[in-house]
Design a protein around this ligand. Sequence first.
Ligand SMILES: *Cc1c(COP(=O)(O)O)cnc(C)c1O
Length: 431
Amino acid sequence: MLDGDPGRRLSTTAMRRARQVLPGGVNSPVRSFRSVGGSPPFFTRADGPWIEDLDQNRYIDMVLAYGPLILGHLNPAVVQAISRQLTRGEAMGGPTELEVDLAERIRDYMPSVEMVRLVNSGTEATMSAVRLARAATGRELILKFAGCYHGHSDSLLAEAGSGVATLSIPGSPGVTAGTVADTLVASFNDAAAVTDLFARRGEQIAAVIVEPIPGNMGVVLPRSGFLESLRQLTSDYGAILIFDEVMSGFRVARGGAQSLYSIRPDLTCLGKIIGGGLPVGAFGGRAELMSQMAPEGPVYQAGTLSGNPLAVAAGVATLEQLSADEPYLQMERLGARLERGIRLSAAAAQTAVQVNRVASMLTFFFCADPVFDYRSARQSDLALFSKVHRALLEGGVFWPPSQFESSFLSVVHTEELVDLVVESFARGLSG
Ligand SMILES: *Cc1c(COP(=O)(O)O)cnc(C)c1O
């Protein structure tokens, strides 16, 4: 599968070299293009909505580092913030005011996050939030949803989305049966199943963790009442409701999915956008819960580079630029245009398509029935997805190389770029 990409010869060569020293040639599985075939472009530089590979192909970037770059690559204020910090020191090993700035900004936009702990990735955020929930409740079980991805910590890998879905592996070897036994899995949008699980085991459930708008089985929207029922059940049974907004936070709206649906979770996990392209994660929520974290409380969690000044400076500069409504209005217009273009192209090609979109997150599925959970997402015609993905790449569009990922728009994407994406999509269906 590494041959037959004449326009990407240098990338193909680089991949051969990479595979000798990196498993699968990559440091995160989905980057390998395994599910769509072909060899991935090796990237050399990026700017605004553009990303360029070793062979000097230029692509409209609809991946945006899988979500962080809501302002596009090399946003001037983000670059300036990082540069300024670079003249002052790259890591301090002690508290800085920048960390307070970021925490306050997060709380301003997302009032349920009264206190926050900064970490280095989304994985750390969810892992630690689950630990806190178990400590606070004295219970062991957690409930997650099939196709939701919460990073790669052991107890959250059961029926996970994202790369796990892409590679069709049921969880992962190396995760013990004991660990998985503490993780209950239900179907997203199936409130009746959750009600039933709580009726049977509610007294043992420490937390429900959910992507309120899943992006890791492709984009899926919560049905009216579903998130409300999670809020109600967790409250009734004394369990913690954890919203994993690592992707949706500051993406679907300034206040995240919790503001769109007016639901106040107990804990929220963040990442991606809050690092402005550098590695940051966070979890936070009710002050009474968060003050159980060490050193204020007994729940241990720590990190050598947590709150790293370069990363936090990038995050603050990113969030600052999201304080007005205009960026979100603009991305909504672009998202609607992309959605419309995809629907019209599919109709013209007489191809059944489902387009799931919230704001600047969008996934198309090639199937006749609505996609509302992991099972329905897997009805999509993956061979056709691969074909369209190739056409997009050939047309100069870097689209997520898996059916089970979300595409993203940024504030620097334009109508012209969206129309180019749609043209390549249409060519993929006709060719
Ligand atoms: C990306 C993502 C994670 C994992 O974040 P990492 O920084 O990759 O560890 C967790 N949850 C959700 C919803 C995500 O989209």
